[in-house]
Design a protein around this ligand. Structure first.
Ligand SMILES: [Zn+2]
Length: 666
């Protein structure tokens, strides 16, 4: 019985299939249209290289056995402003949650990127001049804590990495170790880029980042991820709590990551009162105004040093700016669920004024409120906008922006750099390898933040990162896609030439997500899937496939064709309207339209008919149109005379040639 029933069902399917195929063949007359499109290449059924695991689930979420190591830091640093030296004792508490015993550790020594023989001097083609070097980290001691005894251990420095060889392995599944590292380094001058100092009218400004040896990530993708710091590929760091103290001349102010724990020791009573006022104010409150910068009374003590004490929990890094030249202002940040944070800016008098840094805190506050409302609540008690020469650099809870930036430029850079607190600082992807999960995702959220800011005061976002010629992003991306020398999005971050850095790491992935949101999934399905991805991977380490799988699962589509064509290839889209005529020459019977897909990419698309009565009629065709066809003929049901038909009427798709998209109806 069973066998017989199966036979009948199979036979029926065969008949139906054969009939369907015959029918389709008869109506399709488009096989002669020339096209480079190969559906089998775009719609590969074997896109994902690996199956889901217990660690990284097939759904894109962390699996039930996902693990991640933890690092807590305690730092006690001092800056000598005469010798420009930072000296520090660092305590690292490392927890090995992996299933592997660890006989050695690897740490990041980013300051070694300034050494004359650093690999970074040769990697990018922009070799620094001979006086743009330091000696990097000078490590005085590395010790491990064994009970009450500190034991010196062997370490090996290789470029920007340090290996610590342990006397016995750290046991898996929760074993730990405490390390003490004593070191110093000379702070690079204005060539440092992100570790620098420069002169202003009222004194030097220091920007201090990547300033302590940080643990490399040990994960289930590469084990120890020891890629050297070359500049373009940024950071991949573990999460934990960072407690840090910085001692420097008493006339200096620090704007730093995390909460200031000892305001009574380093601020005046007036400044503490003003900070409390700012915590309850949507308007920016001056903590130290321009006049006060030069007044000794704006510091709690004259001469000697002061020690500033900060703490930031559940973070992967901390940075700070320090200067006696800082104006300081602040305002409350209103977060979902009644939560609050504090936005602050520190800047020299050169940056003063409403055209410039006078609005920096407003830009910071509004960006934080928008990203929190839209994607994930900002988790830290403060955020600082610091004016310097790093020219746009992000760290957890602090951004370094250009002190000469003004207006829209300052708004865009502020929104962008604080946006990095979501990608890749809350969602801790590996930006040293995958720049698109850092710059691309952040640029994407910035586009909508600009639309939302102050009724679009600086919208739409058009800058060096996104549609730099200030035109239609869908058109401006076309030359990059068509450029045979352009790398694909999935290129090692350090292997993307500077010329392509913004187009390929920022613009193309950001616009790709716009296409996904606005043209493929729709805003509701996209936002739901993207929020799930963010929540699932907050404070964790997603890999690119975790993102792709998250969007497939949350959006309910197999999007491998899109990841394949847009992220793994620079495949071009070229839709062409081939024909538009009345069915049987009769306007009452509708318009028969033929559209060809002439290059390797495919997209869902809209077709619009302009009727002679002035109205318009639209049809939306799904991406499945291109599963089997290089060209498709279909009827738009109309009953009156039409003027013209247009493919992609909103110019929303990155169509190589728009000239063949419109045609008069014959
Ligand atoms: Zn960026």
């Amino acid at each position: 019985m069973k066998f017989r029933a199966t036979c009948i069902i199979l036979l029926s399917i065969f008949v139906i299939t054969a009939h369907a195929q015959r029918r389709r063949r008869r109506t399709s007359t488009n096989d002669t249209i020339t096209s480079n499109y190969e559906p089998a290449e775009l719609f590969s059924p074997m896109f994902y290289k690996d199956k889901g695991t217990e660690f990284h689930s097939a759904s894109g979420a962390p699996g039930p056995k996902y693990w991640q190591n933890r690092v807590d830091y305690s730092l006690d640093a001092a800056i000598d402003t005469v010798s420009k030296t930072l000296t520090c004792t660092e305590k690292i508490t490392y927890t090995n949650n992996s299933p592997d015993a660890l006989p050695f550790l690897w740490l990041q020594l980013d300051q070694n990127t300034y050494k004359p023989d650093a690999r970074s001097n040769f990697a990018t083609g922009f070799s620094p001049s001979p006086n743009q070097h330091t000696n990097g980290y000078e490590i005085a001691a590395v010790m491990i804590n064994r009970g009450d005894v500190m034991q010196h251990v062997d370490f090996v420095v290789s470029d920007t990495r340090m290996q610590i060889r342990l006397p016995k392995p750290i046991i898996p599944n929760g074993g730990g170790i405490t390390l003490i590292i004593k070191y110093k380094y000379v702070i690079p001058g204005n060539f440092g880029g992100r570790n620098d100092f420069f002169d202003t009218k009222n004194g030097k400004v220091y920007e201090i980042a990547q300033w302590f040896p940080r643990m490399c990530v040990y994960d289930d993708s590469h084990g120890w991820d020891t890629l050297p710091f070359l500049g373009p590929g940024e950071f991949y760091l573990e999460y934990g709590d960072i407690d840090y103290k910085v001692t420097l001349p008493s006339d200096m102010i620090i704007g730093g990551s995390g909460e200031l724990l000892n305001p009574a020791e380093v601020l005046t009573a007036k400044q503490i009162a003003r900070l409390n006022e700012a915590r309850n104010s949507d308007k920016t409150i001056m903590i130290r105004n321009a006049d006060e910068v030069t007044q000794a009374s704006s510091r709690p003590k004259t001469g000697g040093t002061l020690t500033w004490h900060f703490r930031m929990n559940n973070t992967r890094d901390v940075a700070f700016g320090a200067s006696r030249a800082y104006i300081w202002d602040a305002a409350r940040v209103n977060l979902p669920g009644g939560k609050k944070s504090l936005a602050m800016s520190v800047y020299p008098v050169e940056s003063e004024g409403n055209e410039a840094w006078g609005r920096a805190t407003e830009y910071l506050k509004k960006s934080m409120e928008y990203f929190s409302e839209k994607w994930f609540v900002y988790p830290y008690p403060v955020a600082v906008n610091e004016a310097g020469i790093a020219g746009g650099m992000e760290y957890p809870g602090i951004v370094f922006d250009g002190y000469t930036d003004k207006g829209g430029e300052l708004y865009w850079v502020t929104a962008h750099e604080i946006g990095h607190n979501w990608f890749p600082m809350i969602v801790g992807s590996n930006e040293r390898r995958y720049a698109f999960m850092d710059e691309g995702f952040n640029t994407f959220i910035d586009i909508y933040a600009a639309d939302a800011f102050n009724h679009g005061e600086f919208a739409p976002k058009r800058d060096g990162e996104y549609a730099p010629d200030k035109g239609n992003p869908a058109d401006e991306i076309v030359p990059t896609i068509a450029d045979p020398n352009a790398p694909i999005i999935i290129t090692a971050a350090d292997a993307v030439p500077e010329k392509y850095r913004h187009p390929i790491e920022y613009y193309k992935p950001a616009f790709g997500l716009v296409l996904l949101r606005e043209q493929i999934l729709g805003t509701d399905r996209f936002d739901y899937a993207f929020r799930n991805y963010i929540r699932n991977w907050a404070y964790k380490h997603p890999q690119p496939e975790d993102f792709f799988r998250s969007m497939d699962n949350g959006g309910g589509e197999d999007l491998s064709w899109f990841w394949n064509g847009w992220f793994y290839h620079n495949w071009s889209l070229e839709l062409a309207l081939i024909d538009a005529k009345y069915v049987n020459n009769d306007p009452k019977q509708g318009i028969q339209v033929t559209v060809a897909n002439k290059e390797q990419m495919a997209m869902p698309f809209a077709v619009e008919v302009k009727l002679k009565d002035g109205t318009k009629k639209r049809m939306n065709l799904p991406v499945e149109t291109w599963l089997q066809n290089k060209a498709i003929t279909f009827v738009i049901p109309t009953t009156t005379e039409a003027e013209s038909v247009t493919v992609d009427p909103d110019a929303a798709l990155p169509d190589m040639n728009r000239k063949n998209n419109t045609m008069a109806v014959k």
